[in-house]
Design a protein around this ligand. Structure first.
Ligand SMILES: Nc1nc2c([nH]c(=O)n2[C@@H]2O[C@H](COP(=O)(O)OP(=O)(O)OP(=O)(O)O)[C@@H](O)[C@H]2O)c(=O)[nH]1
Length: 141
């Protein structure tokens, strides 16, 4: 059975105030201008965690320890390109280094209850709602 499955790993970086980092997709790429969680495709031979550590290093210049990546939820969504996206989302609250977007992409730190100000790709919407429920709820409770 062939499925054109695209495995992409993503991360909600959470700061001590409970804000989450969103990055804007650069022009010229699929979903350009939309806001997403940092991450990228899992390459052959990599675990999702290894891929995420590599992507966060390449995209943002930070080093999370693998043990600080907490599995949170996943998205399963058809892509406009014809494939199907499977995207595990991790939460990470601790990393080394200072965030510096390598490709000059825009980033924001925003509380999950304000995600609606940042248009996201379809796969991210249920993940955003889950973050809103579980992160904001956790802080209140
Ligand atoms: N990183 C990331 N990708 C997402 C999210 N939501 C979502 O639909 N995607 C999709 O998943 C794919 C991510 O792959 P990528 O970031 O490596 O894609 P890219 O086109 O930049 O990669 P490339 O430069 O290697 O071709 C894209 O199709 C992207 O639109 C998200 O929250 N984070």
């Amino acid at each position: 059975m062939s499925s054109n499955l695209l495995l992409v790993v993503a991360c909600a970086l959470v700061d001590p105030d409970g804000r989450v980092l969103l990055a804007q997709r650069p022009t010229g790429k699929q979903h350009a201008g939309l806001w997403e969680f940092p991450g990228g495709k899992v390459e052959p031979g990599e675990t999702p965690e290894q891929a995420l550590v590599r992507e966060l290093r390449e995209e943002l210049g930070i080093e999370p320890c693998e043990q600080c990546l907490q599995p949170f939820a996943f998205a399963s969504e058809p892509l406009e390109s014809g494939g199907h996206l499977l995207m595990p989302l991790f939460v990470c609250r601790r990393w080394d280094g200072f965030i510096h977007p390598a490709e000059g992409q825009k980033i924001v730190w925003t509380r999950p209850d304000q995600f609606r100000e940042y248009p996201m790709p379809p796969a991210d919407k249920p993940l955003a709602a889950e973050l809103r429920d579980r992160l904001v709820g956790a802080r209140v409770g």
